[in-house]
Design a protein around this ligand. Structure first.
Ligand code: NI
Length: 192
């Protein structure tokens, strides 16, 4: 998300891995990128998809050694731990943006440099997994507890324009699916 949804943008490490999952360049073609994430959702209930991700991530990574969790499949691709860190950062951003959309009138949804965030200090893998799970649970409470009539409230996304609460949730669910695929590929690659 160059600024906003630069998914491992063209200069970021992890770029190659993400490109295998999502074709559209998130910086050059943010609308196409969003369409691809929504296509990954494939009409499924975003709440169900979002709820399934933390336990799925936990299950697929249980038993992996610290060494494997931290191993990059290639110098330019994220490790499992770095991938979780990206989901954690995305969850923080979504938590803030969804609250802006619901509580303020057409707020600006400012971007962040995900590659720069990825360099910041993080908790250990188990702590981050617990934190991600807890924040996702809180965000799901917000989503589930928000009346349907409010799902069309929107903010102005820096790159994608007007973005409703509904589309934000759907995009996050598609983003989960993209990165769970990446997770499977990463685990297979580092196990060798
Ligand atoms: Ni991503």
């Amino acid at each position: 998300m160059d600024k906003f949804i630069r998914e491992l943008g063209s200069n970021g490490w992890g770029d190659a891995m993400e490109e295998r999952i999502v074709v559209a360049d998130p910086v050059a073609d943010p609308q196409g990128y969003q369409r691809e994430l929504l296509a990954l959702l494939d009409g499924q209930d975003p709440v169900a998809v979002l709820a399934a991700t933390p336990p799925t991530f936990r299950e697929r990574t249980s038993g992996l050694s610290e060494g494997l969790l931290g191993r990059r499949p290639a110098p330019s691709e994220w490790s499992v731990a770095e991938l979780l860190g990206h989901l954690w950062d995305s969850e923080i951003a979504a938590a803030f943006r969804s609250r802006l959309i619901l509580a303020q009138d057409t707020p600006q949804l400012i971007g962040y440099d995900q590659d720069a965030w990825a360099t910041l200090a993080r908790p250990s893998f188990p702590e981050m997994l617990d934190a991600f799970t807890a924040l996702r649970t809180a965000n799901l409470a917000l989503i589930s507890g928000t009346p349907e009539a409010l799902w069309d409230r929107f903010g102005i996304h820096e790159e994608r324009g007007p973005t409703s609460f509904r589309v934000l949730n759907q995009t996050m669910a598609g983003h989960d699916r993209a990165h769970l695929r990446q997770l499977d590929q990463t685990i297979a690659a580092v196990r060798g």
